[in-house]
Every structure is written in C-alpha cells, then in structure tokens.
Write a protein that binds this ligand. Structure first.
Ligand SMILES: C[S@@+](CC[C@H](N)C(=O)[O-])C[C@H]1O[C@@H](n2cnc3c(N)ncnc32)[C@H](O)[C@@H]1O
Length: 218
C-alpha cells in the first residue's frame, strides 16, 4: 500500500527511542518526523539514527501529541505504536486526521480485547487502567466514524508481549529498586507491573495489541 520509492512525509507519534522510526527510515524513501514529549528518548533516537546512517531522513520534535504543529494535509502517513492511548484512541484518531493528506494512512496500535467476554478480574483491571479498551470491531468502528476507511488489522503475537516487553522489564526491576533506594513508591510501581504481567500470563487469550491501518477518506 505504500510506495517505498516515493518521497513520503511521515510522522511517528510517541516514537520513544525510535524502534519504528529507524525501521521506517530504512525501508522507505521518506522524511520522518519522530515526535515524543521526552527529550531524553529523542536524544537516544538521534544517536541511533546517526549510527545506522539514516539521520538525514529523520528529524525529532519534542512536543506533546495533543498539541502537534503539523499543517493540515501535510503528512502521507501517521505512525503510532503503543502510544495513542496517552490521549485516547478516539481523540487521537479524530484530532490527527486533519494532518493527513486525503488518501493518507494512519497506522496505530492499541490495546484490544481479543474475545467478546472476559474473566471479571481481567476486565476490572483494564477498565481501571484504560477505560477505552475494547474489541477490534469497536476500534474499527471508531475509525469509520471519524472519516477513515479501514484497510487492515492484525494482532501482535505473544512473543511481542513476553520477549520484547515483559521479560526485559522484569530483568530491570532489581536495578530500578536499587536506584530508587528501595523506596515504597518504587516497590509500588514494580508490584503494579508484576500484577499486570501475572494477569497477562493467566489470561493472554483475551487481550493483545491490535494494529489498525486505515486510509483517510477525501
Ligand atoms: C510505550 S512507549 C512507545 C514508544 C515507541 N512508539 C515504541 O513502540 O517503541 C509510549 C511513548 O509515548 C510517549 N508519550 C506519552 N505521552 C505523550 C504525549 N502526551 N505526547 C508525546 N509523547 C508522549 C512516551 O514518552 C513514550 O515514549
């Protein structure tokens, strides 16, 4: 769906240290604006882009995703992995639309129920953490209601949660606690993360990240 040779204008919103930005810069002939509100993450991203040789195609922007400086219809692609929840899926989908050219693509991942009903323990946890959590059909409906035509949806596999996310996080718990003098607050953070991991491992048939791809209608 994307012309890899075209000089596309892409924004990676909530880019973190640039896992997706770097991949996109390698795959596309695009100018990519990597947006995050934490300058420390953008510094890491810039260093990675330099060392991989794509710095000429990547620029960083320290900015909140609810106050973006893009012009109307400036972007060919908006990419946002694991980040739109910070302002809510519906708000992000609605607010960011105007930055896309007609026919431009939105690619956003969002936590998603993968079954129609869930054990109450899991449901209650996520209703508290992120009340917008829903099934894929509801997320796709949000896209349709806000002037997009859905073109694809897939679910991130289990290894993304365990090998790429939870296991590396767990490996850092001890160091995190040490750096924070074993404070009560630090323990509370670790305990909350461990509880989420336990819930995931018990109920992983019911929950994942969905990746939603949609085209802006003209
Ligand atoms: C879970 S990380 C995902 C990072 C990256 N997209 C990835 O997949 O590796 C979410 C990112 O959103 C950023 N973020 C959170 N709230 C934000 C806001 N209001 N504006 C811009 N960035 C924000 C965080 O700093 C963090 O880097």
């Amino acid at each position: 769906m994307v012309d890899r040779a075209a000089p596309l204008n892409v924004a990676d919103i909530g880019c973190g240290t640039g896992a997706s930005t770097i991949l996109l810069a390698r795959l596309l002939n695009a100018r990519i604006t990597a947006v995050d509100f934490l300058q420390d993450f953008l510094d890491v991203l810039e260093e990675r882009a330099r060392s991989i040789g794509v710095a000429d195609r990547v620029s960083t922007l320290a900015c909140s995703m609810d106050n973006l400086p893009f012009a109307d219809e400036e972007l060919d692609i908006i990419w946002s992995e694991g980040a739109i929840y910070n302002i809510g899926f519906q708000k992000g989908v609605a607010d960011w639309r105007r930055y896309l050219k007609a026919g431009g693509l939105l690619v956003a991942s969002e936590i998603t129920w993968t079954t129609d009903s869930r054990p109450p323990e899991l449901q209650n946890h996520w209703d508290n953490e992120y009340p917008e959590i829903d099934v894929a059909s509801a997320k796709i409906r949000v896209l349709e209601k806000h002037g997009y035509s859905p073109v694809g949806y897939f679910v991130l596999p289990e290894h993304c949660w365990l090998d790429q996310y939870y296991r590396p996080m767990q490996a850092r718990f001890e160091d995190f606690l040490k750096r924070n003098d074993n404070s009560e607050e630090a323990h509370a953070i670790v305990d909350a993360e461990q509880r989420e991991i336990d819930l995931y491992e018990t109920y992983k048939a019911h929950i994942s990240y969905g990746v939603y791809i949609a085209r802006k209608l003209g």
